[in-house]
Design a protein around this ligand. Structure first.
Ligand SMILES: Nc1ncnc2c1ncn2[C@@H]1O[C@H](COP(=O)(O)OP(=O)(O)OP(=O)(O)O)[C@@H](O)[C@H]1O
Length: 838
């Protein structure tokens, strides 16, 4: 009787515990109603419940916010078996005391992963694995899930485990700041316990609570032996014995009153079938196709509906499941972007620019886009032969810009800053947002890609750039001027002269792409291990804790969508919109294509020698007016062959301003190899009806003498076009035995008195020293007031001009135009004069 009684008590006990389990399971399911008691029925109901749970509408459980009941196996009682369900998911974890080298453990881990994935909607769950003991062997059967992008490659080294934990902690922080519906569950599966430090971090994640949206499945814990295991939070502990598994009390829903767990041995479920895994992988892969961030996700429902009064906003991508917006406003007026080459910087910028351009009309938003690298970042915004459309918001686009162009853009912006300051003053307000709508100018976003180039060189130009950027960054916020500085490196910017803090302190929004940690605080490691297509957005100037990880779409892959949007915006442009002014650093502009050339007409007074384009925002004509004051001549200096082109442009443009017969062109091809160029030019001008003559050195000398001595100067203008004045040195140096005058005396007289008599010299000197000597020393430098310096060292040029700290780096395709009368120095791109100009 004693034995019978005790067996009876044990059976009742078991039933009671099983009943609590049943109730817990019902509770987890959210089912209502009283639970029937009675052993056979109870077992039947539990079995049915297990089936229901297994099938419980797959793909609907909100695993990222709530634990869900997950089946581990079957418990056996004297009355039969029933399924054992424990809560797993956000904030509810599982630990097994053996690691996955015990096949039952690997099987259970895989079964739990598959059940969680089955229960959850795609896009709300991701799985990462750690297995340093068996190199990820436990995850191999789940390979299809890896291919579907839902299971990451397992971390099998300590470094990989550390990176994985970095990412998991980042995930937890982001989730804690996100709305529950935006969270994504990160399942961290450790098939074996990692080393103590990593184990402690893993254990910490189990204490982070459901809002962290992390679920840890940890095998091999606590390890047998004396080592102190970090305590886990909200974890169901499993103990694997030789034949059975003992299941501890699940968090919040214990089986036992005394902490002893489920009073029935459990046989764990085996591996999920391969068919189930592949079917699941297919579902996730299909969903990923539909669920990936696309360019369309960035666009507003309605074009140009935004008001820029208080700022600009656009969606950049998704953080978890939530769209992530970024703004140019009082809180984040300027942005700093970092990322190694190939990290997706261009793509991210395109995402931002198209997003903004779709939201705000050109009356609300203007763009200045500057690119300093050999790239094509912004080419799609300017009209080309292939696609004549342009982005109607773009005012200026610099492609492979010169630093001088960058500084010109910054100067233009500073001038705008001044205009806006006046405007605000007139209205008695201090912020753009406070202006009446009809007086409010558009916000201007200036993007400078590879901005470090601007500061490279540690020279006068770099200092100007630093000053301008600092001023714009400081004051731009109130005036609606916003800067985006992007770079591969923000370190080593020498020219900032310790002002990095002052400047970058004005850039609260930081975007770190892969390899772009430098834009974050050194203590902030949230950008470690980012992959292409993701970035960390930090709104606190890089300080740790203000980060969100965003996935942004590949704009390059959506180029057809981008073009369609651009065409749409272009077609909707306001009447009178002008295409952006474009500077292409690698391109040589052609005289005949230039609007300044087209605009030249006979009768121009004073005649204007057009030689190129100024490196400025407008691409202004570069030239020199030949009026009657002494010294109005043009000297081209340097050995570069482009000297002949400059003379050609000058002569052709002058000829265009004279009716036939009102100007003579006298050509002296003195430098070797210039005869053809001079003859060709002469023929072109002759064909246009102008009198032309070819001079050798002697004839040039005679002409110089005649030009200043003739009592009756020829009517109209005379242009002496000399290719290589230095080559005439011997002839000019010789004195006339009768008058004792040298050719130089005559040349100098012509330089001073010629303009008043309508005589101008367009001369090419191949060396600066020769020019200075021909003028009779640097004291006479004002005898030629127009200079086009080619490959002449800046120091020599500065000395010749008496200008201190001349910022000029001689290089191919560029020249420095100096007008001494107007105290003007400008970097120019000389024209290719071409042969098809008349
Ligand atoms: N969101 C994304 N998703 C997928 N691929 C991307 C994404 N962003 C960029 N990529 C890919 O990465 C490559 C580099 O992108 P991108 O040209 O933007 O890099 P970058 O940082 O501007 O490089 P560089 O400075 O060398 O020009 C491209 O092939 C692009 O398709």
């Amino acid at each position: 009787m004693g034995r019978l009684a005790s067996a009876y008590r044990q059976a009742v006990d078991r039933h009671r515990r099983a009943l609590r389990h049943w109730e817990a399971a019902r509770h987890l399911l959210g089912a209502a109603g009283p639970a029937p008691v009675g052993s056979p029925e109870l077992v039947a109901r539990l079995a049915r419940l297990g089936g229901e749970l297994a099938a419980a509408v797959p793909g609907t459980a909100r695993v990222a916010t709530h634990p869900v009941p997950v089946r581990l196996g079957a418990a056996t009682t004297v009355d039969g078996a029933f399924p054992v369900l424990v809560p797993v998911g956000a904030g509810a974890h599982l630990a097994l005391d053996q690691d996955a080298r015990d096949p039952r453990v690997g099987e259970l881990l895989r079964a739990v992963v598959v059940r969680l994935l089955t229960a959850a909607p795609a896009g709300t769950i991701r799985v990462v694995g750690i297995d340093q003991a068996a190199f990820g062997a436990a995850f191999l059967p789940l390979r299809p899930l890896h291919d579907a992008g839902v299971l990451a490659a397992a971390a099998t080294t300590e470094a990989e485990t550390t990176a994985l934990l970095d990412a998991a902690e980042r995930h937890a922080r982001t989730a804690q700041r996100s709305a529950p519906e935006d969270r994504e569950l990160l399942v961290v599966v450790a098939a074996s316990a990692p080393p103590p430090r990593e184990l402690a971090r893993l254990a910490a994640l189990t204490h982070a609570g459901p809002a962290a949206a992390v679920c840890v499945l940890l095998a091999g814990h606590p390890a047998a032996g004396p080592s102190a295991a970090p305590p886990l939070g909200a974890t169901t502990q499993l103990r694997i014995t030789e034949r059975y598994t003992l299941v501890g009390d699940p968090p919040g829903r214990p089986f036992s009153a005394d902490g002893s767990g489920l009073a029935a041995p459990v046989v764990l479920d085996g591996d999920p079938s391969h068919a189930a895994v592949t079917a699941l992988a297919r579902r996730y892969a299909e969903a990923a196709d539909q669920d990936g961030v696309t360019f369309a996700d960035l666009l507003p429902a309605q074009r140009w509906a935004g008001s820029a009064a208080s700022g600009l906003r656009t969606v950049l991508g998704r953080a978890g499941r939530r769209p992530l917006a970024v703004a140019f406003d009082d809180a984040t007026p300027h942005w700093l972007i970092g990322g190694r080459t190939g990290a997706g910087k261009t793509v991210l910028l395109l995402d931002v620019l198209y997003g903004l351009a779709a939201r705000y009309s050109p009356a609300e938003l203007r763009l200045m886009l500057l690119d300093f690298k050999e790239g094509v970042s912004f080419t799609e915004f300017v009209p080309t032969d292939r696609d004549p459309s342009w982005l109607p918001h773009a005012d200026a686009v610099g492609i492979e810009s010169d630093r001088e162009y960058g500084v010109a853009v910054l100067r233009e912006l500073r001038a705008e800053l001044g205009r806006r300051a006046d405007l605000l003053k007139r209205h008695g307000v201090s912020r753009l947002a406070d202006l009446p709508p009809n007086a409010r100018p558009p916000r201007i976003v200036t993007v400078i890609d590879e901005f470090h180039v601007l500061f490279a060189g540690n020279d006068a130009l770099a200092r100007q750039a630093v000053d301008l950027i600092e001023e714009l960054a400081r004051k731009g916020r109130s005036y609606g001027l916003h800067l985006v500085l992007a770079s591969q490196s923000t370190t080593g910017i020498e020219a900032l002269y310790g002002r990095a803090e002052a400047i970058f302190g004005q850039f609260p929004l930081r975007i770190a792409l892969p390899g772009g940690d430098a834009v974050l605080d050194p203590r902030n490691d949230s950008a470690r291990g980012l992959t292409v297509g993701t970035a960390v957005i930090n709104t606190a100037a890089g300080a740790p804790g203000a980060d969100a990880e965003v996935r942004f779409p590949d704009a390059h892959a959506a180029s057809a969508d981008l073009a369609a949007l651009r065409h749409e915006l272009h077609a909707a442009r306001p009447a009178g919109s002008r295409p952006p002014s474009v500077f292409r650093g690698h391109e040589t502009p052609r005289l005949a294509d230039d609007p300044a050339w087209t605009a030249l007409v006979p009768g121009g007074d004073p005649p204007y020698a057009l030689v190129g384009r100024v490196v400025d925002v407008a691409g202004s004509p570069a030239g020199f007016a030949l009026d009657a004051s002494p010294g109005r001549h043009l000297a081209v200096v340097g050995t570069a062959a482009v000297g002949a082109e400059v003379l050609r442009s000058a002569a052709l443009s002058l000829a265009r301003q004279h009716a036939p017969g009102t100007a003579r062109f006298l050509f002296a091809p003195l430098a070797p190899g210039t005869t053809d160029a001079a003859d060709d030019l002469a023929m072109t001008l002759a064909a246009a009806g102008h009198p032309v003559r070819r001079l050798d050195a002697e004839a040039l000398r005679a002409q110089l003498a005649e030009a200043v001595t003739a009592d009756d100067p020829a009517s109209g203008r005379t242009y002496l076009v000399v290719f290589g004045m230095d080559a005439a040195a011997t002839t000019l140096a010789a004195s006339d035995p009768a008058t004792f005058r040298s050719g130089y005396d005559d040349l100098r007289a012509v330089l001073r008195q010629g303009p008043a008599r309508g005589v101008h010299v367009l001369g090419w000197w191949r060396g600066l020293r020769r020019l200075a000597e021909d003028l009779g020393g640097s004291g006479q430098r004002d005898d030629v007031t127009g200079l086009v310096a080619l490959n002449v060292p800046a120091a020599d040029l500065g000395l010749h001009l008496g200008v201190h700290d001349l910022a000029y780096v001689p290089r191919e395709g560029r020249a420095l135009l100096v007008d001494r009368h107007e105290h003007r120095t400008a970097l120019i791109v000389p024209f290719a004069a071409g042969s098809d100009v008349t």
